[in-house]
Write a protein that binds this ligand. Structure first.
Ligand SMILES: [Zn+2]
Length: 95
């Protein structure tokens, strides 16, 4: 069992973690929040969203699956993930 100690990150967050794991959980959360809803996508897919100025699922639902697949960086494997994100919000791709 590793011992947990209080640590302070560069941003001044206090957190308890074992010394062999220096990642601040608060910074980690903030980083995720900034990446937004598409943070679970692969990096190329996320860049494709950015390049096409899609920043929300509402905007994504304005596109058809075919249109999204034409974005550079979006692979077939990204589609099920995107679909799930949309469904969770009660949305879907444009027909
Ligand atoms: Zn921090």
């Amino acid at each position: 069992m590793s011992q947990k100690t209080e640590q302070t990150c560069k941003q001044g967050h206090h957190y308890f973690k074992s010394t062999d794991c220096p990642t601040c959980p608060i910074c980690e959360e903030e980083r995720k929040a900034q990446a937004g809803v598409f943070s679970i996508l692969s990096a190329p897919a996320r860049r494709a969203m950015e390049a096409n100025r899609i920043t929300s699922l509402e905007e994504l639902s304005g596109y058809t699956e075919k249109e999204i697949l034409q974005f550079h960086g979006i692979g077939k494997t990204s589609i099920p993930t995107l679909k799930k994100l949309l469904i969770d919000k009660g949305l879907s791709f444009k027909e």
